[in-house]
Design a protein. Structure first.
Length: 96
């Protein structure tokens, strides 16, 4: 199952007992802060979860897969995610 923002809000509601609207506001504000930080070029480190990093990709030559025509791909910034060791161990833990 894919976890959506709604599921995160519901989990907060169930675990913290806060009103649903407040849980939704908390989640929205959290993602707003993360988006703004990434847009400013800052990395976002969430201890025990992982790090969202902004990387710069240089302009390069590519091709249109539909036409095969050569084209120039512009310089851009991308976001990558590096999993924390804590979460990696938890995900890869085998049940006996």
């Amino acid at each position: 199952m894919t976890m959506k923002k709604l599921h995160i809000c519901e989990n907060l509601y169930e675990k913290l007992g806060l009103p649903r609207r407040e849980c939704g506001d908390i989640v929205e504000k959290f993602f707003k802060v993360v988006k703004e930080s990434l847009a400013n070029g800052d990395d976002v480190m969430l201890t025990g979860f992982g790090t969202l990093m902004v990387k710069h990709k240089k302009a390069r030559r590519g091709r249109n897969p539909h036409t095969g025509e050569d084209m120039e791909l512009a310089e851009r910034r991308i976001v990558t995610f590096k999993l924390s060791q804590v979460l990696k161990k938890k995900i890869n833990r085998r049940k006996k």
